[in-house]
Structures are given as C-alpha cells and as structure tokens.
Design a protein around this ligand. Structure first.
Ligand SMILES: Nc1nc2c(ncn2[C@@H]2O[C@H](COP(=O)(O)OP(=O)(O)O)[C@@H](O)[C@H]2O)c(=O)[nH]1
Ligand SMILES: [Mg+2]
Ligand SMILES: [Zn+2]
Length: 290
C-alpha cells in the first residue's frame, strides 16, 4: 500500500492513505542502514501486519526536497502578495518564481487583500505575471477562496510571501478549524517561534498543505545565467536568438530579450527586477570565491 508521510514523531511516521485514513508506521531498520531519512511529503510503501505496528518498507523517488523545513514532493508554491498594506514585494515574488521553476514546483501568484486593493497595484500584478497562474483573493470577503481550494485540490502545496500579506488568514479561511494567529506586523510577538520544529502536512481535498508559511527554499548564488534564462517564461524560445550565446540581456547589442521589452512582451518591472536579481547572484558568487 502507498501513502504520503504527513508527520514524523520519534521514529514513527504518520502516513496518509488514499482513503483518507492515517496509519502510524515504524520505519524499517534498513532505512538507517541505507542512510535514507524519510521526510514529510515522501511517498511511502507500507505494509500492515495482522498484529503489531505497520511498517514503512520503501520510499519512492522524490521530485524535490526543501531543506528548511525538510519536506519533499511539493507540487504547488502559493506566492502571496498584498494589494494594499504592506506594499507588494514583487522582487521577492520574482525570486520565489525562480526557485519554484528550479525545484519543478508549479507556482500560483495570489494577490490578497483585493477588498482594499489599490487599482494600480492590481494592474501591475496582472501585467507582470500574465505568463503565470494568478488569483485575486480576499480572506476578509472570501473572494476567490473557492478558486484557491480548487487550485489546491489533489496537490501538496506550500504558502510563501512576505509578512502580513495574509498567509495565515488565507489558511484560516481554508481550514476554519485551525485558528492560526494573525495580525499586524507591529503587534507580533511570536516571530521565529515555529522555525525549528518539524514540518507537518495538513490533509486537504485529496492533497495536503504544508503547515509552515514562510521558509527558505535554497541559496540562489549557484544559479548560472543559462539556468536563470530558463526561469523566465517570457524569455522562452527567445533568449537563444540573442547575438551572443552567453548574453546576459543587459548591455549586450542585438539582444532578443531587450527586443521583447521594446515590443511590450516583457514588462519593465519584470525586466528591472531580473537585472537586480542577476546582479545579486553575480555578487554573491564573487564573494563566495574571494
Ligand atoms: N483588508 C484585508 N486584510 C487582510 C486580508 N487578509 C489578511 N488581512 C489582514 O492582514 C494582517 C496580516 O495577516 P496575516 O494572516 O497575519 O498575515 P501573514 O503574516 O502573511 O500570515 C491581519 O491584520 C489581517 O487581518 C484581506 O483579505 N483583506
Ligand atoms: Mg502568519
Ligand atoms: Zn540577450
């Protein structure tokens, strides 16, 4: 039988089965011998004897693995931005999109607090992210909460984004029994409180949601220009047309990416932030080998 590990507790693992049942399993000794540590999110082969503990016999290959918190096989990264306060951090969103692409996680961009949206922010969001899946939501009026549910169905998802954009509020709207603490940035006292404990998955609509919003995926300094090119759907099928094969789409002549910008097929915002991210990556790399 196959299921997904949703939680680990002192050598035991809770495995969620297709039926919705959760079975507590003991990992077989050979995991330790093979140097394999089962992770939350892993798909596991288990067997249930007539008596005694169910046993976890095998772990299926992972599609991806995040380090902090340790969790595997994430399908969907929900990137939450705010349409009013705090001002949306589009640079962070672009970085998360790059990380999602690298880890083969589908992104979904959610502009929350749409009930209090500034029209120009909504417009900028929709223009900049036309190449991605987007959703306008409000945890206050429940606008598009059903559409968000549909997006989460049958997938393992996690939520990311800056503080106070409404991640916990959205999770509360999705899981009314949760009552996660929410609030203004200034009133927070619990920052960092949950950073060291183990991650868990909450079973949800045939899939699961990671219980920790706010996490780090990986360090971007190792990303090459080639890899960066493939992280921008706007550049797809175009960056190979640049005059220079190693084109950074910056000051080089006859650059196909800059032509996109001139044609209005790449927004100024996405391009400016691309240059910022590129510079940041190159500087980090330089310091690494200083
Ligand atoms: N107007 C409005 N405020 C919201 C919405 N969602 C959350 N908030 C408020 O934004 C603040 C931060 O929300 P919270 O869920 O704690 O954000 P988190 O830090 O991303 O988890 C709280 O005061 C919420 O009441 C929304 O859809 N509309
Ligand atoms: Mg929160
Ligand atoms: Zn170029």
């Amino acid at each position: 039988m196959q299921g997904r590990i949703i939680r680990g507790i002192g050598g035991f693992y809770d495995v969620l089965m297709q039926s919705g049942e959760t079975i507590r399993c003991k990992a077989r000794g050979r995991f330790r011998n093979d140097g394999i540590t089962p992770m939350v999110g892993d798909l596991a082969e288990i067997s249930v004897p007539e008596t005694g503990f169910a046993s976890m016999d095998d772990i299926l290959p992972r599609t991806n693995a995040l380090l902090r918190p340790p969790v595997a096989n994430i399908d969907l990264l929900v990137i939450v931005l705010s349409a009013c306060v705090p001002k949306p951090d589009f640079l962070l969103a672009d970085k998360l999109l790059i990380q999602a692409r690298t880890l083969k996680i589908e992104p979904l961009l959610v502009l929350n607090k749409i009930d209090a949206a500034k029209p120009e922010i909504k417009e900028e969001f929709l223009n900049d992210y036309a190449a991605f899946g987007t959703l306008l939501s409000s945890s206050r009026t429940e606008e598009n909460i059903d559409a968000l549910k549909t997006a989460l169905t049958n997938r393992v998802s996690c939520f990311a984004g800056q503080s106070a954009v409404g991640k916990s509020s959205l999770l509360n709207a999705l899981f009314p029994q949760l009552s996660l603490e929410t609030g203004e940035l200034a009133k927070r006292t619990d920052r960092g409180k949950h950073t060291t404990r183990q991650a868990e998955l909450w079973p949800f609509l045939g899939g699961a949601v990671l219980d920790t919003p706010g996490f780090s995926l990986f360090e971007m300094s190792e990303l090459s220009q080639d890899a960066l090119n493939t992280c921008y759907p706007e550049f797809d099928g175009v960056y190979t047309e640049c005059r220079f094969s190693g084109c950074r789409h910056n000051a080089e002549p006859d650059c196909a990416v800059k032509a996109l910008l001139a044609q209005g097929k790449l927004t100024q915002g996405r391009y400016t932030r691309y240059l910022e991210i590129q510079k940041e990556i190159e500087e980090k790399r330089k310091h690494k080998y200083d």
